[in-house]
Design a binder for this molecule. Sequence first.
Ligand SMILES: O=C(CO)COP(=O)(O)O
Length: 264
Amino acid sequence: MNINPRRTPLIAGNWKMNLDHLQAIAFVQKLAWNLKDANHDFAAVEVAVFPPFTDLRSVQTLVSADKLPLAFGAQDVSAQDSGAYTGEISGAFLAQLECQYVIIGHSERRTLHNETDEQVAAKVTAALKHNLVPLICVGESAEDLATHGPSAVPVAQLRAALAGVTNAADIVVAYEPVWAIGSGQAATPEQAEQVAAALRGVLTETLGQDVADKTRILYGGSVKSGNIAAFMREPNVDGALVGGASLDIPEFSSIIRYHKHVGV
Ligand SMILES: O=C(CO)COP(=O)(O)O
């Protein structure tokens, strides 16, 4: 288990394009009750949800009114602040909605929307400008893995994403191998650790030891309640970015409470 006191584990749920704003309210309420009933210690394992843009105002209102100990964020952000960018969402708007985090460079953005490393870097800079913590996603495809080995592509993607980051910024990195996303075939904990260690090396190189020590690196790709504990035992894995399983309250709650039900 990760015992680095500088890194609070983070379990994050990326809802992708699921749950409308009414469903989001019911879901977040139930998730919070479920975790409260289970006496979840939010200071020991942080929980964040990433609903679609159209849900964020509803989630913010609920979290704020009921003082729920849940963090939330958006699934993407514009590199621009404002102007003639139809369909884009400014980091300023997300900050006004009290989003703490924003996912940047998810593989579905990179592959389905041809998002480049340069665009990812510009979005990271924009997020930091608006005091949002960028949750930077990196990961190799099955072809990349066969051609370049396990860490070359994620390492290059992270270097590129940090191009405009100069100071000791608050960031989170998620290693999500493309072949493991939604496939039911998760990486092994050893594979995740190998890449996470290489990514921490990039953080040390670019932002210094202190930032590298306190930055959380998550694993994502077919995380379930049955495999989370093994990932969390790895020294460089500080949490998970969960897709499908984050939409099932008992399952997501079980992932969040990984140390209870499997005795890590
Ligand atoms: O893409 C993911 C989270 O961002 C992972 O998705 P799954 O957990 O559904 O594999």
